[in-house]
Design a protein around this ligand. Sequence first.
Ligand SMILES: Nc1ncnc2c1ncn2[C@@H]1O[C@H](COP(=O)(O)OP(=O)(O)OP(=O)(O)O)[C@@H](O)[C@H]1O
Ligand SMILES: [Mg+2]
Length: 366
Amino acid sequence: MTTNGPMILCDNLVKIYKVQDLEVVALQGLDLIVDRSEFMAIIGASGSGKSTLMNILGGLDHPSAGKAIVDGQDLLKLSTVALTRYRREKVGFVWQQPARNLIPYLSVRENVELPMIVSGMATNERQEWSRELLEAVGLWERRDHSLSQLSGGEQQRTAIGVGLANKPVLLLADEPTGEVDTSTAQTIMDTLRHLNETYGLTIVMVTHDVRASAQVDRVVTIRDGRTSSERVRRLRGEESNNGSSAEANGHGEGPDDNGQEQEGDAYHEYVVLDYAGRLQLPREFLEKLGISDRAQVDLTEEGILIRPAAGLNDTSAQAARLSDMAEQWGPQNRSRGLRGRLDGAGRGLRSIFKRSDTDEKAGDES
Ligand SMILES: Nc1ncnc2c1ncn2[C@@H]1O[C@H](COP(=O)(O)OP(=O)(O)OP(=O)(O)O)[C@@H](O)[C@H]1O
Ligand SMILES: [Mg+2]
């Protein structure tokens, strides 16, 4: 570890692809902080920008604007030469198709050792590290097999070994279980977890796999090229801490973009604030409250209260929606809006939004 601070810091990250005359905004102000030794997953609909983010973090693509700092290195400021070096030394990549990491006519061990040879690792160190790695991914017994003699899961685990050959601080995996059956996917997840725990390896994994995303420490959802919400696995014993479990899962994602199911009580659900305090409110909340371009924000004892701006958004359609809601939530809650509460615990700034049920000040506003 060369630096302190988080492993990954993305602030207002933008990536624009130019295709002929068209501009595709693949990331539009994405914020993300990943701690060292974290094992986290990124989910989101097809086209939401997951692979774009991975390619930027992996040094395969240049960001257009914003900040992307990995292990203290600012990817926007790296020259092409420095970026190549970064790609070789700092990050390992695992793809959906293991073949992308592998050379078919080499054995398992030769594949894993090749990047070490290219980077000039001393022979002793190379032999020791490749043995250790092959044991860590459970392939030492098969070290001399050719790739065609391996199952899909074994090929992917070889690919993980190749990704880690140069001892990167960060492993990026873009749908590593995307092409395999459930039990094979589990062996891949077990291998990743083992590497995370044994070496303190930071792992960022893109996945559509509900089972896989249920096994990581934190799941971040990207929507339209931005971080929109995140779920953090609750520590054991935290369950009955305060009344926040219901609110935590209150807005949920779904069955969402990915057909993801809620993970029940195992996770807190947060919306993410960027450094400037901006956040993306759940669209369904805004629609329910009829909040469009402006909202009224007040600091209350319980937290930050966000509600439709009186007189500005109060068109008849919105008023009708509000009265629907008032019925749904009970008269004492009319026009109270959403209550946000800043939570200092955990990573960075986050806020939890909850539907208010009881409040001593309810009478003030109805
Ligand atoms: N090289 C490229 N040139 C032009 N547009 C691109 C390029 N790569 C990605 N895009 C566009 O950027 C957007 C985000 O794509 P990206 O591949 O990051 O999505 P994704 O979340 O990984 O989707 P999927 O789940 O299907 O893999 C899409 O609109 C895509 O068409
Ligand atoms: Mg992708």
